[in-house]
Ligand binder design. Structure first.
Ligand SMILES: *[C@@H]1O[C@H](CO)[C@@H](O)[C@H](O)[C@H]1NC(C)=O
Ligand SMILES: *[C@@H]1O[C@H](CO)[C@@H](O)[C@H](O)[C@H]1NC(C)=O
Ligand SMILES: *[C@@H]1O[C@H](CO)[C@@H](O)[C@H](O)[C@H]1NC(C)=O
Ligand SMILES: *[C@@H]1O[C@H](CO)[C@@H](O)[C@H](O)[C@H]1NC(C)=O
Ligand SMILES: *[C@@H]1O[C@H](CO)[C@@H](O)[C@H](O)[C@H]1NC(C)=O
Ligand SMILES: *[C@@H]1O[C@H](CO)[C@@H](O)[C@H](O)[C@H]1NC(C)=O
Ligand SMILES: *[C@@H]1O[C@H](CO)[C@@H](O)[C@H](O)[C@H]1NC(C)=O
Ligand SMILES: *[C@@H]1O[C@H](CO)[C@@H](O)[C@H](O)[C@H]1NC(C)=O
Ligand SMILES: *[C@@H]1O[C@H](CO)[C@@H](O)[C@H](O)[C@H]1NC(C)=O
Ligand SMILES: *[C@@H]1O[C@H](CO)[C@@H](O)[C@H](O)[C@H]1NC(C)=O
Ligand SMILES: *[C@@H]1O[C@H](CO)[C@@H](O)[C@H](O)[C@H]1NC(C)=O
Length: 467
C-alpha cells in the first residue's frame, strides 16, 4: 500500500463489485490442476527504494509487477495488452499502488484466467487475474501482485458467479499452497541494500522454503497477526527506541495491550509512516537536526549522523540501518545559482484513522530491509491457525553506523557540498547564502541570473530526490 490506500480500501470492502454475467470458461479437469514444479528464489528489483518488483508470466506474457501486502489480487496492464485473453466477462476493482503520475486510486479490470508462472518454476495452469486497460507507466511497472491475506476481490467475484467450489479465483499464493497441503504455507522475503540510492543486492522471494542463508529464522519467535479490526499483515510492536530510549507512543486502538502498538508490515509501502508526535520524538534526538515550518514536517539532518533506532517485535530487537532513516537530496538556493546537498527524514507522517484497519503505523520497505521476514499464512502443514511472522535481524547497529558513513562519504564525493542543517533551514526560509558556497547550479554563467522564486514554491521545485 502506498500513500492513502486505506481510504479507498475501506470503501471497497463495503462495495465489492459483482457481476452475474455467465461465462463460457471452464477450469481444466482436476488432473491438470496446479502443479508445483520447482522451488527456489524469485529475484526482486528495488525501484528507487519505493517499490519492489518481480517478473511473472501470465497468459504467455512476461509482466513486471510490483509486490504489495495490503492487497491480495493479481492485476496486469501490459503495454501492448495480452496476446490472447480468456475473458470471464466478470469485473473487479482493486486498490492501485502504482502509477503515481496518474494519481492513486483504484483500477478496474476484467477477470481472465490463464497460466501463471514464476521464474523459480512455480506454475498454476488455471489462475484468475485482472486484465486492466494499458496506460502509460513511467517506471516500467505494469501491474501488482498482492501477497496479502484472503479474501481477494477477484475471488469474491468468481465465487459469486461460479459457486464456492471454484478455487481458481483465489490468490496466486493460495493456489500455490493448495497444491501441497502437507507443507507449511509461507513466503520468505529478503530485501537487501546496495548503497544508498535504491540499488538491489540480493533481494528475493521464496515460497514454502527458507533460503539456506536464513535457516535460523525457523527459531525466531512467532509474532501472531494481531487485531480483529485490521486487514493485512498487522502485528504488535513491543517498542520503537532511539538511542536506547523507548519512544512514548500510546496506541490509537483499544485492542492494543498497554505499551504496545499495532503496525502493518507492507512491502508496497516505501518507508515507515508513524504519527507526527512520535516522528518528531525520533528525529529531534539527532544532534544538529532541525525542522522547518515552511515544508511541513520536514526534518533536516546531518548526512553523516549516526541514528540508533531499534524496533522490537516478539521480544526480538531489529536495529534499523541509518541509511533507512534519511534520504539524500540536492537543494538549489532561492536565486537559482548554487546547489547544496541536504539529508532529510525519510520516515513520514501516518495519516490513517482509528477505524481504517491499519493500526498505529505502516512499516514498509525501509523496515523490511533490516529483517529476513517469513509471512506464514497459517493455512497449512504444522502451522495451521492464526497467520504469523518470523523475522531474523539483518542489521548490526555497530557495523551499520560505520557502513552508513562510508556509503554517504563516497556518494557525497560526487555531490555538491553539504551545509549545516540550520543553514539549509535558512535557504528554505528564503535566505540567499552569501559568497560562492555550494556548487554552481547551472553550467552556463550566462544563465546565472535566475528569476527569484516564491519561497514555498522554490522548495517544491528545487528539492529533487537524488536517485
Ligand atoms: C523483467 O522483464 C523486463 C522486461 O521484459 C526485463 O527488462 C528485465 O530484465 C526482467 N528482469 C529480470 C530480473 O528478469
Ligand atoms: C468491465 O470493465 C471494462 C473495462 O473498464 C468495461 O469495458 C466493461 O464494460 C466492464 N464489464 C462489465 C460487465 O461491467
Ligand atoms: C485459456 O484457458 C485454457 C484452459 O481452459 C488454457 O489452456 C489456455 O492456456 C488459456 N489461454 C490463455 C491465453 O490464457
Ligand atoms: C461443492 O462440492 C461438493 C463436493 O463435491 C458438493 O457436494 C457441493 O454440492 C458443491 N457445492 C457447490 C455450490 O457446487
Ligand atoms: C510439499 O511440502 C513438503 C513439506 O514442506 C515438502 O517436503 C515437499 O517437497 C513439497 N512438495 C512439493 C511438490 O513441493
Ligand atoms: C510436522 O511435525 C511433525 C512432528 O513434529 C514432523 O515430523 C513433520 O515433519 C512436520 N511437517 C512439516 C511439514 O513440517
Ligand atoms: C562524514 O564522515 C566522514 C568520516 O568521518 C568524513 O570523512 C566526511 O568528511 C564526513 N562528511 C561530512 C559531509 O561531514
Ligand atoms: C556487531 O558487529 C560487531 C563488530 O563486528 C560485533 O562485535 C558484534 O558482536 C555484532 N553484534 C551482534 C549483535 O551481532
Ligand atoms: C527559518 O524560519 C523559522 C520560522 O520563521 C525560524 O524559526 C528559523 O529560525 C529560521 N531559520 C533561519 C536559519 O533563518
Ligand atoms: C542543481 O540542482 C538541481 C536540483 O535542485 C539540478 O536540477 C541541477 O542539475 C543541479 N545543477 C548542477 C550543475 O548539477
Ligand atoms: C553540466 O555539465 C556537466 C559536464 O559537462 C554535465 O554532465 C551535466 O549534465 C551538466 N548539467 C546541467 C544541469 O546542464
Amino acid at each position: 500500500m502506498r500513500r492513502a490506500a486505506c481510504f479507498f480500501l475501506s470503501l471497497l470492502l463495503l462495495s465489492r463489485e459483482s457481476c452475474a454475467v455467465k461465462l463460457s470458461i471452464q477450469p481444466p479437469p482436476a488432473s491438470q490442476g496446479p502443479k508445483i514444479t520447482a522451488g527456489g528464489k524469485d529475484p526482486l528489483t528495488n525501484k528507487g527504494n519505493e517499490l519492489y518488483t518481480t517478473n511473472i508470466t501470465i497468459s504467455e506474457q512476461v509482466v513486471t509487477v510490483a509486490l504489495d501486502m495490503a492487497t491480495t489480487d493479481l492485476w496486469v496492464m501490459p503495454p501492448d495488452g495480452l496476446p490472447s485473453f480468456n475473458d470471464t466477462h466478470l469485473n473487479a476493482t482493486v486498490y492501485n499502488i502504482i502509477s503515481p503520475l496518474n494519481g492513486f486510486g483504484t483500477v478496474t479490470g476484467e477477470i481472465g484466467v490463464g497460466v501463471f508462472e514464476l521464474s523459480s518454476g512455480y506454475s498454476i495452469p488455471f489462475q484468475a487475474f485482472l486484465n486492466v486497460q494499458p496506460s502509460s507507466s513511467d517506471d516500467g511497472i505494469f501491474g501488482v501482485w498482492g501477497l496479502g491475506l484472503e479474501p481477494s476481490f477477484t475471488n469474491t467475484a468468481v465465487q459469486q458467479a461460479y459457486g464456492s467450489n471454484a478455487t481458481w479465483g483465489q490468490s496466486v499464493l493460495a493456489n500455490i499452497f493448495a497444491e501441497n497441503s502437507t507443507g507449511d504455507d509461507y513466503i520468505g522475503i529478503s530485501l537487501s541494500r546496495s548503497g544508498d540510492t535504491g540499488g538491489t543486492a540480493d533481494a528475493f522471494l521464496t515460497i514454502s522454503e527458507y533460503d539456506s542463508d536464513y535457516q535460523a529464522v525457523a527459531n525466531s519467535p512467532k509474532v501472531p497477526r494481531f487485531s480483529t479490526n485490521s486487514f493485512g499483515w498487522t502485528v504488535l510492536l513491543d517498542a520503537l527506541s532511539v538511542g536506547g530510549n523507548k519512544i512514548d507512543w500510546p496506541s490509537i486502538s483499544e485492542e492494543a495491550p498497554a505499551g504496545k502498538n499495532i503496525v502493518q508490515i507492507d512491502i508496497g509501502t516505501d518507508n515507515v509512516r508513524m504519527p507526527l508526535v512520535q516522528l518528531n520524538a525520533l528525529y529531534s534526538t539527532i544532534p544538529g537536526s532541525v525542522s522547518t515550518p515552511y515544508v511541513p514536517n520536514l526534518w533536516i539532518i546531518p548526512c553523516n549522523a549516526s541514528v540508533n533506532v531499534v524496533a522490537t517485535f516478539g521480544g526480538q530487537d531489529f536495529p534499523i540501518h541509518p541509511l533507512d532513516l534519511t534520504a539524500i537530496q540536492v537543494i538549489t538556493s532561492p536565486d537559482g545559482r548554487r546547489n547544496y546537498t541536504m539529508c532529510t527524514a525519510s520516515w513520514t507522517e501516518f495519516v490513517f484513522g482509528k477505524d481504517e484497519g491499519v493500526g498505529d503505523a505502516l512499516f514498509g520497505s525501509s523496515f523490511l530491509r533490516n529483517a529476513f521476514t517469513v509471512f506464514n499464512f497459517g493455512t497449512g502443514g504444522n502451522t495451521t491457525g492464526n497467520p504469523f511472522l518470523q523475522m531474523l535481524p539483518q542489521t548490526n547497529s555497530t557495523t551499520a553506523a560505520a557502513d552508513a558513513i562510508a556509503v554517504r562519504t563516497a556518494l557525497m564525493a560526487n555531490m555538491p557540498p553539504e551545509l549545516a542543517p540550520v543553514e539549509l533551514q535558512g535557504i528554505i526560509n528564503g535566505t540567499i547564502p552569501s559568497g560562492n558556497t555550494g556548487s554552481p547550479a547551472q553550467n552556463s554563467t550566462a544563465l546565472a541570473v535566475a528569476p527569484s522564486l516564491s519561497l514555498v514554491g522554490a522548495i517544491s521545485v528545487a528539492v529533487i530526490s537524488f536517485l
